[in-house]
Ligand binder design. Structure first.
Ligand SMILES: [Zn+2]
Length: 183
């Protein structure tokens, strides 16, 4: 995917009056999970923080489950782009436990429902890049990409200019998702 992504959070901020969170220094964990790679951003997300909610907001963690977590992608392909990952640092599908498999799929399913309801998504791309050759940016820690799609989101701007406009700020998306997932 070569197209340039033009991230335009001010388009919604203009409408809602919310400000984009700006965080040059991420919070330091109180405790890492056993087996974590401290250079891995998903392991950093899966660590324990105090206070937990403000760290989750800064790290864009939309949900923590027993075995998995949902993180908003800071470099989205489209509005609402999420990463669903096991909390454990594991790079091979075959090394996931049954509970991790089941919870990953259940979480993906739940998120499609939430996006249909909250963002009125018309469809989804869901995928897993296994290995560097397949485009995995972080080959040591499995993560599914969930990208919501809307009718017309691939028209006009991407075709004419090679640019995709992403109108929602990441902080607003975090609020929308955490509210919806708490229902
Ligand atoms: Zn990791």
């Amino acid at each position: 995917m070569n197209e340039e992504r033009l991230w335009a959070p001010w388009r919604l901020a203009y409408v809602t009056g919310n400000e984009l969170a700006d965080d040059p220094s991420p919070p330091e964990p109180l405790a890492w999970r056993e087996g974590s790679d401290t250079t891995c951003f998903l392991c950093r997300a899966a660590a324990t923080y105090e206070p937990p909610l403000s760290a989750d907001r800064r790290l864009l963690i939309a949900q923590r489950n027993s075995h998995t977590l949902v993180v908003i992608n800071r470099y989205p392909y489209n509005n609402g782009h999420l990463l669903i990952a096991p909390a454990r640092h594991v790079g091979c599908l075959g090394d996931l436990s049954r509970d991790e498999h089941v919870e990953s799929m259940e979480t993906l399913a739940r998120l499609t429902n939430v996006y249909e309801r909250c963002l009125r998504a018309d469809g989804f791309n869901i995928g897993l890049n296994l290995g560097k050759v397949a485009g995995a940016g972080l080959p040591g820690h499995l993560h599914w990409h969930l990208v919501p799609r809307w009718h017309g989101d691939n028209n006009f701007m991407p075709v004419l200019a090679g640019v995709r406009v992403i109108p929602q700020s990441l902080d607003e998306l975090w609020q929308t998702l955490t509210d919806a997932l708490a229902d």
